[in-house]
Every structure is written in C-alpha cells, then in structure tokens.
Design a protein around this ligand. Structure first.
Ligand SMILES: [Zn+2]
Length: 163
C-alpha cells in the first residue's frame, strides 16, 4: 500500500476518530501539537479509542518514529473549536495535524531527532499540498487561551520551510 510519505518510515496506527473533509477543500495549513501524554503508546491507545473523539494525522515520538493515524485526505479531529488569522473557522477542515510526544509542561525538551523527523514530514507534506501556514495549536484555538500546546516549541524549528 503506498504511504503518504514513501521516503519516511511511518508506522500505521489507524484511528476511528475522523470523517470526511468538506468537498473541494484545499489543504493549506499544518497544525502542530504537543500530546501532553508522555509516550507514543499512550497516544496510540487514546487515538484508537472511539470514546476519546480525538485524533491527528501523525504523531512523532521523541526518537523520531512517526505514527500515522488518519489518511491525509481524511479529516482528523485535532484542532477542536478553532480559527485562523484570516478568519476561517473549523481548522480541521483544511489542515493536517501533527502531534509531537511531549508533556507540554514547558520543561520537557523536544529532542533533535524528533524535530528532524518533523521537518522531514513537513517537507514531504509541503511537496504535495499548497501549504501556506504552519501554526502551533495555541495560535488557532478558540476561545484564545484554550490551548497552550506546543508550549515550549521554538518556531525557529520551522524557519525556512515555507517559501
Ligand atoms: Zn493540540
């Protein structure tokens, strides 16, 4: 089966917590998250449980392992109530959600291997979609202040990716 990002080693851990994007939507945004959960195993359990009603397209572990939960063409449930700076709401409709395993306590570090894997995944996504925005979840959560993740993420780590 062809994967979305064939050059990257991606483990498949499907989530039922997804549905279809609106017709004719253009995927132009990536939303970055921190899991709060401390391990990839916990995230996989949480996203595979229909009761949680949450998911993301990808989770990247501390060691750079990438897990895929929802096909990119599907709508994952990661951003919740949300709005981007240009005024569009329901960010899940037009975004890809990437979770980074991190406790989001402001102290838990993002290891270099994790950031490198994220940049590789982002480059792969940027090669396939007209991405205009890569934003932290806290920037689009509604009401403002509802989410703090990824709190200790340095935006310099995504410098140079968007043309
Ligand atoms: Zn989030």
């Amino acid at each position: 089966m062809p994967s979305d990002s064939s050059k990257l080693a991606i483990q498949q851990h499907p989530s039922p917590n997804c549905d279809e994007r609106p017709d004719d939507i253009v995927i132009d945004t990536v939303v970055l998250h921190a899991t709060v959960l401390n391990t990839l195993d916990e995230v996989i359990k949480h996203f595979s449980n229909p009761v949680s009603k949450v998911s993301a397209h990808y989770t990247i572990d501390r060691d750079g392992t990438i897990a895929a939960h929802v096909p990119e063409r599907g709508r994952a449930w990661h951003a919740g109530r949300s709005k981007v700076k240009d005024g569009r709401t329901n960010v899940n409709d037009f975004s890809i959600g990437i979770e980074l395993v991190n406790q989001n306590d402001g102290m838990d570090p993002f290891p270099e291997q994790q950031i490198e894997a994220m940049r590789g995944l982002l480059k792969s996504i940027l090669a396939r979609y007209p991405i205009k925005h890569i934003i932290p979840h806290y920037e689009c959560a509604e009401p403002p202040g509802r989410k703090s993740d990824p709190i200790a993420f340095d935006l310099a780590w995504i410098d140079g990716l968007l043309k």
